[in-house]
Design a protein around this ligand. Structure first.
Ligand code: HEM
Length: 399
């Protein structure tokens, strides 16, 4: 596969067109841009699942960076990411995941439903007020605020600080893109990581002296090292809403483009709608792993130290797994996408983000039955790792 094609403007405008071409050609193939350190692109549903659960392929961890970017420890952003469970594997990962996983039990997530509903209605009230003056910017005024407020509630971050977080969270997200770690992005991400680390270090100290019923207090009392604690708070907080923000933005446009399906959306089927939105246009399109030892996947060699593109967005369109994969069909009999990953790093927030979508979409259309786009969505190229709209102007004339 031509990596340049995937990363080109055209590739970023319409990845499903590329996915359809790839699926005509097996389940994995070598990457032409191996110079960038990618040996294989894997896109068949089963093959992608295999990479994600296979111990021969690991996250781009500290060992990988020692090989590829020896100076990486000078970058606070890279250190924060590597100190978190996202970029560790094996027993170190499992131990931290178990501790943080205690915050995301079904019981705790279900207990958040009331808070999610209340926050949703509060934000809809605000949208109604803003709409009196004309179109409203949905991404900033709703899609960002709902998940970040929910995460703030869960972690114990003061709601008033959320506006401060947004640019910093986006700066860290930018270096996760396949070709995003350029000098300018790194400088911004390092500054953001320094500021976010200082912020959470202070908040942890505050909760240690004055604990509350929140995740920071809970984690501050565990055996996690201070570095791991702060790194996991930053990354979990970020992961908790950049992605869900895009689920809300992408999902909204999918519904507005399909008035018939939108009219059929209701409390009884909203779960299937949200799952189909996630399959059809996943907020994360690609995961990356590397092989510490020489390996192969589906006949494609992956030399030691080289990386593999695990293309979950393509796997979600695999015709061998999903009948008529390019149709948006909430009633499909074969759900089950890879949008939350697979294997040991399966998303800890899957239930929470589904809950947010399930509360938000019916509430939005109940309040604003005539909700419509106030701009052309257009064909601007969008990122692949964290894929969604930057802005989305909508007209909402409420009741
Ligand atoms: C639509 C929303 C979301 C999507 C599409 C999403 C997607 C993902 C994916 C694909 C992974 C796997 C990463 C990998 O294997 O490399 C992941 C991991 C993770 N997600 Fe999510 N996520 C979402 C929402 C959330 C929320 C709401 C939270 C927190 C409350 C969260 C916390 C995490 C954490 C902590 C991990 C790392 C787990 C580990 O490394 O063991 N995510 N997510």
């Amino acid at each position: 596969m031509d990596l340049g094609m995937l990363l080109s403007e055209q590739g970023r405008v319409d990845p499903p067109a590329l996915y359809a071409r790839l699926h005509r050609d097996g389940v994995a193939q070598p990457v032409d841009g191996a110079a960038r350190g990618f040996a294989a692109a894997v896109y068949g549903y089963e093959a992608v699942s295999q990479v994600l659960k296979d111990g021969r392929f690991r996250q781009l961890d500290a060992d990988y960076l020692d090989l590829t970017t020896p100076q990486w420890r000078r970058h606070p952003a890279l250190r924060v990411l590597r100190d978190s469970m996202f970029f560790t594997d094996g027993p170190a990962h499992d131990g931290v995941r178990q501790i943080i996983g205690r915050a995301f039990t079904a019981r705790r997530v279900n207990a958040l439903e009331g808070a999610v509903t209340e926050l949703t209605h509060r934000l809809l009230d605000r949208l109604a007020q803003l709409a009196a003056d004309g179109p409203v910017e949905f991404m900033g005024e709703f899609a960002y605020l709902l998940p970040s407020s929910v995460m703030a509630e869960l972690l114990g971050v003061p709601q008033d600080d959320l506006a401060w977080f947004r640019p910093r969270v986006l700066a860290i997200g930018a270096i996760l893109e396949l070709d995003g770690a350029n000098w300018r992005n790194m400088v911004r991400a390092d500054t953001a990581a320094r500021e976010l680390s200082a912020y959470f270090t202070d908040l942890v100290a505050l909760r240690r002296t004055d604990p509350r019923d929140d995740l920071i207090s809970l984690l501050a009392a565990t055996e996690l090292s201070d570095e791991a604690l702060v790194a996991n708070l930053i990354t979990t907080f970020n992961a908790g809403f950049v992605t869900t923000t895009h689920l809300l933005g992408n999902g909204l446009t999918m519904l507005l483009e399909r008035p018939r399906l939108r009219a059929e959306l209701g409390a009884g089927n909203v779960g299937s709608y949200v799952d189909e939105m996630l399959r059809f246009e996943p907020p994360v399109q690609i995961l990356v792993r590397y092989a510490p030892e020489d390996a192969e996947i589906e006949g494609v060699p992956v030399p030691a130290g080289q990386a593999v593109l695990a293309m979950i967005g393509a796997a979600n369109r695999d015709p061998a797994r999903f009948a008529d994969p390019d149709a948006f069909d909430p009633a499909r009999p074969d759900p089950g996408s890879l949008s939350f990953g697979f294997g040991p790093h399966y998303c800890l927030g899957a239930a929470l983000s589904r809950l947010e979508g399930q509360v938000a979409f019916p509430a939005l259309f109940e309040r604003f039955p005539d909700l419509a786009l106030a701009q052309q969505v257009g064909n601007a190229p969008k990122p692949l790792i964290l894929r969604g709209h930057d802005t989305l102007a909508v007209a909402c004339h409420g009741r």
